[in-house]
Design a protein around this ligand. Structure first.
Ligand code: MN
Length: 477
């Protein structure tokens, strides 16, 4: 018989204790949901199993996977919270409760039910893992949306697009974001979906052969240049992001060249640039389409080199070059960092702080805005405002506005650490004050006991909190 590890597709080794926790949650949920059916007629247990599989694929920690298996037990069965807590511990119960609380409200678009939306944000701000379980739960619900009553489908799909996919994007979980959007797209904008699908099919026709041919002629040049790619494949752009791009170019398909792209994974950053050089040595790049997201990552941490080239036979093709690590980050975003750091922290016996201050503050600040148009604007501006997620050496997540500096990070940890700031190491390298932080950076602050804030810091401090402290301290002198 297939083991639980195989069934869930666990992607890394968990300790004996952790494996045991997952196995017990599996058996418990299977028994608890026995005889229950989903709208589709399939056993209810399938839903929680699929949710847990998505979490396993995101490489989440054992407690999160167990909570994924148990996430509907409180709401859908007669089992009470106490017995779940006794069996699986406080941490798992905390996550389950967070997910359960979120289940109760009905989404009617951003303009209505703002109070419940506020509660929803508040509940998931307490632990980023609650949000990730919720994303996995929603992903499986979207995969089975056709079985839901027709009048409910559009509401659920709209919510998926406006809230869940947007959050997945913010957290850099490209894989989940792309699938959520594409599943919601036909329900929310049926006509636009049909048109995009038509263009997409037309433009991706024969793409595979074209890209294969291109790579065959590239292969030799790579070998001569001493580059042996780890992997080469063809990626097809998601439908919804194709649609967004079409809108940007007035629905003119001729302006879009990246519906299919050659994706080249190489061993190092240095090889990325050499590979780009080799490609440009062979084919002419389209001016203005060379993007260096390695030197300047996107706000959500995405890194890659992009170039669009003329293939010489009338074709125009995009190539994306990145390392395996960049690829992992692009697919899994903050989840990849959490999983990885979790392993490190476990060895040192730390508990991780996973609170999302950004969402919490946002939810709190909505209290007074009530159900006015103001709320909508404020929420849209802030929920989707540009944030970066940075880590302490202990693995705590600190979220800051885009464009923040090491001094902002220091003050975000504690005003004392900010006041005694002496320097910062970013990803183990000493870095200057004017280095802008990006998602995924691990930042260590060096402090000096006798250090005091300098008014020069104001040039490299973005957050109001840091600026306020620096001003107060420098005016005292
Ligand atoms: Mn569920």
């Amino acid at each position: 018989m297939e083991s639980v590890k195989e069934t869930l597709g666990l992607r890394r080794d968990y300790t004996q204790k952790e494996t045991n926790l997952i196995e017990r949650a599996f058996a418990f949920a299977q028994k608890a949901h026995e005889g229950q059916k989903r709208f589709s007629g399939e056993p209810y247990f399938n839903h929680v199993l699929e949710t847990a599989k998505i979490l396993a694929n995101l490489n989440m920690d054992a407690t999160t996977i167990a909570a994924g298996l148990l996430h509907d037990v409180v709401e859908e069965t007669a089992i009470d919270e106490k017995s779940i807590e006794n069996e699986f511990g406080q941490e798992a119960m905390f996550l389950i409760r967070g997910v359960t609380k979120l289940g109760k409200y009905q989404y009617k678009g951003l303009t209505r039910h703002t109070e419940s939306l506020r509660k929803f944000l508040l509940a998931m701000s307490q632990d980023i893992r609650v949000l990730i379980i919720r994303l996995a739960d929603r992903l499986h619900n979207m995969r089975t949306l056709e079985h839901v009553r027709e009048d409910k489908r559009r509401r659920i799909a709209l919510e998926t697009l406006e809230i869940y996919a947007a959050l997945a994007e913010r957290l850099g979980i490209g894989q989940v974001k792309g699938e959520l959007e594409d599943l919601a797209f036909p329900y929310v904008y049926p006509e636009e979906y049909a048109e995009t699908l038509r263009i997409h099919r037309e433009k991706s026709k024969d793409a595979k052969e074209r890209l294969e041919k291109m790579y065959r002629s590239l292969h030799k040049a790579f070998l001569e240049g001493g580059i042996r790619p780890v992997n080469v494949d063809y990626r097809v752009k998601h439908l919804y992001s194709t649609y967004k791009k079409l809108v940007k170019y007035d629905m003119d398909p001729e302006k879009i060249h990246d519906i299919t792209a050659l994706r080249i994974i190489v061993g190092s950053v240095e090889e990325c640039y050499r590979a780009l050089g080799i490609i440009h040595g062979k084919w002419n790049p389209l001016p203005g389409r060379i993007k260096d997201y390695i030197a300047t990552p996107k706000q959500n941490g995405y890194q890659s080199l992009h170039t669009t080239i003329f293939t010489g036979d009338g074709g125009i093709v995009e190539a994306q070059i990145r390392t395996a690590e960049m690829h992992r980050d692009a697919e899994f975003g903050i989840a990849a960092h959490l999983g990885y750091k979790e392993g490190l922290q476990r060895e040192k016996g730390h508990t991780l702080h996973k609170k999302l201050a950004w969402i919490e503050q946002l939810a709190e600040s909505q209290k007074n805005l009530e159900e006015s148009g103001e709320f909508l604007e404020h929420l849209k501006m802030n929920l989707f405002a540009d944030r970066v997620f940075v880590f302490t050496p202990h693995g705590d997540v600190i979220d800051l506005p885009e464009g923040s500096y090491p001094i902002d990070f220091a003050y975000a940890i504690h005003s004392d650490i900010g006041d005694h700031f002496a320097g910062a190491k970013i990803n183990n390298k000493l870095s200057s004050l004017d280095t802008k932080l990006k998602t995924g950076d691990i930042v260590e602050i060096v402090t000096k006991k006798k250090g005091v804030p300098s008014s020069k810091w104001l040039d490299h401090a973005k957050t109001p909190f840091a600026r306020k402290h620096i001003k107060a301290a420098t005016q005292k002198k």
